[in-house]
Design a protein around this ligand. Structure first.
Ligand code: BG6
Length: 506
């Protein structure tokens, strides 16, 4: 397949050559929320930035009855301030209505793809994006396979399958899903999306670590006291109560987004910055994370659920009062935990993770706190409030990197205080960052899997999360309430304070 040796997107200066090849993006689940909210705006941005060729088209497939014009209207309505090229692209788009379990849906799709390819003079690159509910992933993959749409028509083209999380509900179901996908698609054809990997600041973890001489020598147990990863949201579950009831914070955020950020933070330097080099090292890092046990879950993992409270000055209701949520729900909206990574680099360095909805603000960051100096020669009064050095990678919002260190306060006395050396993306660069979906869609169409999750990464992440889910099935681990607008239950503070440390207040 021509897409098997893609240009390396993380190599310096590769932007100029990264244009999608001629082909079709097939969105399965095209009438759904993800398509309208994320995919169509991302495609429009790619078109506006001239990263899509003229011989490119979108074909939608879904159960909702629509004709081509209905889908074109949906495309137009989803991008209210579209650039000049959008109307042209919309005109070339087609739509297929059908049930995913009905073979004729995929036969019709095959016919339509042939017509569009003749129309746009494409050689046959096809990217199938499964924007459906996970329950039909298998059905769709089988349908594509049965209609022969899983393989490229010729040597010059590639067929790829993009899927969204959740990748299973636990290790067993993730393995089953993979087996089902692999019935029709090779692993090299499967692109598992985690939109955190499309964020510039997440990719910057690699740049910061491996493009600088000053950080990496300190990036280990000899210098780092502990790591804190925070993925905080101020929003509640909004209208997604029904979905969230089946997920909870551990499955929704920890198994994927947190594990991705964690593996990039902990991994060893790869020999090459490419799909295999990076993903091999990420998997190795996840393998070194100590698997929780029933006993350690009791002490090292806290689960919480928000009660009513205040969010940005507005009174908000408890999780159990949200639409489509069971009034006696035991689903967690908050998780805090302490992980350890048993390898040469990280032995003995705790990694504290917390994530939750209805926390005081929306902030995602990775903070590495360094050891205290071995001997503080200043008097207590002079160095009051001086904290250990910290390097903070602000993933979002206010993207940037900050280093905290002590400095002399100007004046006759010799007082020392914390100061911040702060790099902000907004002021350091003129370029605006592409949206995560824009970046990842282009990567999938170009055929670069570097920022997608390989099947063994999914497995390793479940290996860490599964025992926690299991321990939570009984009542041995309490579910603690926290007022909306606070940093989670008191038990989360105790988890870290027990070790003589404190959560950061981002
Ligand atoms: C999604 C979760 O994967 O990530 C949502 O399903 C969550 O519950 C979202 O709100 C957070 O993404 P971001 O990019 O806003 O941090």
């Amino acid at each position: 397949m021509s897409g098997d040796v893609p240009p390396n997107p993380l190599a310096a200066g590769s932007d100029a050559v990264r244009q999608a090849p001629p082909g079709i993006l097939v969105v399965v689940g095209a009438s759904g929320d993800l398509t309208a909210r994320k995919l169509l705006p991302a495609i429009e941005q790619l078109s506006r930035r001239r990263l899509l060729p003229r011989s490119f088209a979108v074909v939608g497939v879904a159960r909702t009855e629509l004709d081509d014009d209905g889908f074109r209207k949906l495309m137009t309505d989803s991008v209210p301030h579209a650039g000049a090229g959008w109307a042209e692209l919309v005109k070339r788009s087609r739509y297929v209505t059908g049930e995913y379990g009905d073979p004729s849906t995929f036969q019709t799709l095959g016919k339509v793809l042939g017509e569009v390819e003749a129309d746009i003079a494409s050689t046959g690159n096809r990217t199938f994006y499964l924007a459906t509910i996970p329950a039909v992933f298998e059905l769709v993959a089988d349908g594509l396979g049965a209609a022969g749409l899983n393989r490229p028509a010729n040597e010059q083209s590639a067929v790829r399958l993009v899927i969204e999380k959740p990748f299973g509900r636990d290790l067993d179901s993730a393995t089953e899903l993979d087996a089902a996908l692999h019935r029709n698609f090779d692993e090299a054809q499967i692109y598992r999306i985690d939109h955190y990997l499309g964020k510039e600041t997440v990719q910057n973890v690699l740049a910061l670590r491996f493009a600088n001489a000053i950080f990496e020598p300190l990036w280990n147990r000899s210098f780092i006291d502990h790591v804190q990863i925070t993925v905080a949201e101020s929003l509640g579950v909004e209208k997604r109560g029904g979905f969230y009831e089946t997920a909870g914070a551990l499955r929704d955020i920890v198994q994927n987004h947190v594990m991705q950020v964690l593996s990039l933070t902990l991994m060893e330097p790869p020999g090459t910055i490419d799909a295999q080099g990076i993903r091999d090292e990420k998997v190795k890092a996840l393998r070194s994370v100590v698997i929780p046990t029933l006993e350690s879950v009791k002490t090292d993992v806290v689960r919480g659920q928000y009660d009513s409270g205040w969010s940005e000055g507005v009174a908000v209701q408890a999780y159990r009062q949200e639409p489509d949520v069971d009034p006696n729900s035991r689903t967690e909206t908050f998780v805090a935990m302490k992980l350890m990574c048993d390898n040469w680099r990280w032995a003995g360095v705790p990694i504290y993770v917390r994530t939750g909805k209805r926390l005081p603000k929306r902030v995602t960051e990775v903070a590495l706190q360094f050891h205290r100096v071995p001997h503080l020669a200043f008097g207590t009064a002079e160095s009051q409030g001086l904290r250990p050095n910290a390097l903070v990678l602000r993933i979002q919002p206010d993207e940037g990197v900050a280093l905290r260190f002590g400095a002399k306060v100007p004046g006759q006395a010799f007082n020392v205080r914390d100061v911040l050396m702060d790099m902000s993306y907004g002021s350091a660069f003129m370029e605006d960052a592409p949206d995560a979906y824009e970046r990842l869609l282009l990567d999938a169409m170009v055929g670069d899997p570097t920022l997608f999750i390989r099947s063994d990464e999914v497995d390793q992440a479940w290996r860490i999360v599964d025992p926690i889910l299991e321990a939570w099935q009984g009542r041995a681990v309490p579910l603690s309430g926290y007022a909306a607008g606070t940093w989670g239950p008191r038990q989360a503070e105790q988890l870290i304070e027990r070790d003589g440390r404190q959560w950061r207040k981002p």
